[in-house]
Design a protein around this ligand. Sequence first.
Ligand code: XMP
Length: 513
Amino acid sequence: MAHDTVLILDFGAQYSQLIARRVRELGVYSEVVPYDISLPELESRRPKALILSGGPASVYAEGAPQAEPGLFDLGVPILGICYGLQAMSRTLGGQVAPAAKREYGRADVHVDEAGGLFEGIGRSGEALPCWMSHGDKVIRLPEGFTVLAHTGNAEVAAAGDLRRKLFGVQFHPEVIHTPWGKDFLANFVLRVAGARPDWSMEGFVEEAVQAIRRQVGGARALCGLSGGIDSAVAAVLTHRAIGDKLTCVFVDHGLLRKGEAQQVVATFRDTFGMRLIHVDASRRFLRQLRGVTDPERKRRIIGEEFIRTFEAEAEQAGGFELLVQGTIYPDVIESGTKTAATIKTHHNVGGLPADMRFGLVEPLRMLFKDEVRLLAAELGLPRNSVTRHPFPGPGLAIRILGPVTKAKLETVREADAIVVEEVTAAGLYERIWQCFAVLTGSRSVGVMGDERSYLYTVAVRAVVSDDAMTADWARLPAEVLDTIARRIVNEVKGVGRIVYDITAKPPATIEWE
Ligand code: XMP
């Protein structure tokens, strides 16, 4: 089924994905495309509306991305956000100039024209809090445009050509710091553009099942499970489509959290009745990691060993033409659009070898992480696997400073379980991005009974974050920290001191290695 679609033209903003997510939260399908997508290609997508994203450049800078004039003759409603407004103004004959004062952060936007995009949000003359982030501003609007709102610093905070349904805003309606931003986008997408809100995870399941069946036909597919939610959801969805034609391989590197491997096996084999090959490769991984201290070397070894183990199993099981992967939309956008800066290299399960002979089934390619979580619930995955904190691919190996040993793995796994248990008991687990224990390499002196002890220090880390790019340490109540510390020292052998990590990211990272 063709969904009404809003296309986000990406001019290089860090917020382009967020705009698409917000539109999807309104129930309308949305995708991010490069700003210079050709007009015929754009038209072939039959968008109900276009949103021009923000961008890092000044519209007059050399090589700055420009808005193609033909966009504005398509008869499709357009909203330009920040740079999008400036690019639209420039192309249509307005003028943009550096603002005397750059405006970053909170500002008050004064509504000049109520109704329309401000319908139900603010009356004329009312001041509304919003989020701004710009150095340039529009100083002369193109013909046909009127000012809809201003701030103390920007004469044009919102403007529109009502006849052609072309609009632009200097503020960012997509960020949570513009509290009415979602209503504003809803006015544009649902009222002005009249897009039909028919995008839901319930509907997605049926469409995806049909699409997977068409792609797979009579072939057989293999899926590598990592314990993470993306590969789990991709596997369950594919299983719903093709049943026993799917085989899953769970490479258990022995570096997972307490109870995690058992849960993967129970969920897939028992709950969903899927064909699952559980490879207990923990000894192999430990052997490869012996004596290794450098974190990047740990990562490389684990990544390589993972692929090798997976390939050996695939070979042995034999006869597969297709590989199922849990690639999600942010991976696709980050590796695909020209303008977005490359943030990190992605290595999905098995950072696949170039000479791979498999075709790929990637049923989550167009989904955001929060949609994957909704889908997981829709498919009946256990709640705790849906809400579980993110966990790095190299697992506990990068939460042990220095060489990884079986004994240290046991220690950090037990300590980690206590952190999670106590944060959960305090009702804080779902408000926290990640919480865990790190086995530092340092030992310190203590007294236990009447004896001098010389035991390991465990660092407890708990952070709040929206996307792991930045994070702050979680203000866990002192009583929770106290219980965690007492329990770890009492229950986990070899640990004599607990410290709480109170560094934000940046400058620290979330993980210690
Ligand atoms: P950092 O430590 O860079 O972590 O602030 C940001 C997020 O990424 C996770 N992380 C990893 N995930 N392989 C992964 O799959 C890795 O090597 C890796 N290193 C860090 C980390 O847990 C956090 O969520």
